[in-house]
Design a protein around this ligand. Structure first.
Ligand code: MUC
Ligand code: MG
Length: 366
């Protein structure tokens, strides 16, 4: 089989409820749908969500790198030769999200060609994932109302609270109100998206002691090396690397040098191949992982479910999978459903992201 064309389709779908966090905010999903065509008529599909504040990529840059750089490198290759595809793409630095989408589309082709769902190819641990919901910046009472609603309507009991605000009392208060309102069995963890300094993060840890916060993600900029290491060595809870750990090399550097003690895996920026390498590093070192959300659509969330459900370690915690519910529409022909707090993998070959062509035609930008 040969790759015949890469198609990068920019599209825009508005959010009903925007998500705000320390490094940015999202009002519209201005993503790129990637399609890898082959000479056997099999098409691999993946979603690329640009996050300029995290990786520097934009919708236009993803379209351009795919069309101008990756297409000439990959057309003519066998889609099963993932190592060769990665070697070609890695001649270009960065562009994590564009590379991740190509990788997911390659796995999708492999699954479709073999007639096997990708979660089975990757590991086949389970057929579903438990769902965590990500709560953006809002007044504390509104956060509690949202968390209770997601609990009642979807059976979700794990919440990641976006923090990193000033004054620190805003987030300390939000933690207290959530814990009081959700009860002691709900899991609550924090993600500051580098919004604080290391000292501010330490102060928040002191002021939230006793509230049962389970994890602290990317509290400060990992490049501020001394402060970050002081924070990690003093934190009573795992400090999760996210923006600082997109590649296996970043993960090993941050873990071994004391920049984090847990790792967030995102298929949107690592694809399945690098996500598996990262997972291998973490399980080998005895480090917890979370399945993160890059503010994904249903297409992207389904890819996260395929990877997360496939492995034991990624199934051990709830994955961040519910933020597509805040979008006004989506591209999947058969919508994702959260039932009893879980999302199921698809039994169809590949990742299972069948696209509704009329919706794509409606939302596409070019
Ligand atoms: C997260 O975990 O940080 C916000 C920015 C991004 O790239 O992902 C989200 C969620
Ligand atoms: Mg994060």
């Amino acid at each position: 089989m040969k790759i015949t064309a890469l198609e990068a389709i920019p599209y825009t779908i508005p959010y009903t409820r925007p998500l705000r966090f320390a490094s940015g905010e999202v009002h519209t999903a201005d993503h790129v749908l990637l399609r890898l065509h082959t000479d056997e008529g099999i098409v691999g599909v993946a979603d690329a969500p640009p996050r300029p504040y995290t990786y520097g990529e934009t919708q236009a840059s993803i379209v351009s790198i795919v069309n101008e750089v990756f297409s000439p490198q990959l057309v003519g290759m066998d889609p099963f030769d993932r190592e060769k595809a990665h070697a070609a793409m890695h001649r270009t630095v960065h562009n994590q999200v564009a590379k991740g989408a190509v990788d997911i589309a390659l796995w999708d082709i492999a699954g479709k060609a073999l007639g096997v769902p990708v979660h089975k190819l990757l590991g086949g641990w389970s057929e579903s994932m438990s769902v965590a919901h990500m709560l953006g910046f809002k007044p504390a009472e509104e956060l509690l109302e949202e968390a209770l609603r997601f609990g009642e309507e979807h059976g979700i009991t794990t919440f990641k609270l976006k923090v990193g605000r000033r004054p620190l009392s805003l987030d300390v208060e939000a933690c207290r109100i959530l814990r009081e309102g959700l009860g002691e069995d709900a899991e609550i963890y924090l993600d500051a998206n580098r919004g604080w300094s290391a000292n501010e993060a330490l102060e928040v840890l002191r002021r939230t002691e006793g509230l049962g916060i389970s994890l602290l993600e990317e509290p400060c900029d990992a490049k501020e090396t001394m402060g970050r290491r002081r924070l990690v060595s003093r934190s009573p809870i795992p400090v999760v690397g996210d923006e600082s750990t997109p590649t296996p090399g970043d993960v090993s550097r941050e873990l071994l040098s004391g920049g984090c003690t847990a790792v967030c895996i995102k298929t949107a920026r690592s694809g399945f191949t690098e996500a598996a390498e990262i997972l291998g590093l973490c399980t080998g070192l005895g480090v917890d992982v979370t399945m993160g959300n890059q503010i994904d659509t249903q297409v992207g969330s389904l890819a996260t479910v395929a990877f997360g459900a496939a492995h034991r370690a990624t199934s051990a915690r709830a994955g961040e999978l519910s933020n597509f519910l805040d979008m006004s529409d989506d591209l999947l022909a058969e919508p994702l459903r959260i039932e009893g707090g879980r999302i199921r993998t698809r039994a169809t070959p590949g990742v299972g992201a069948e696209i509704d062509e009329s919706k794509l035609a409606h939302y596409r930008q070019a």
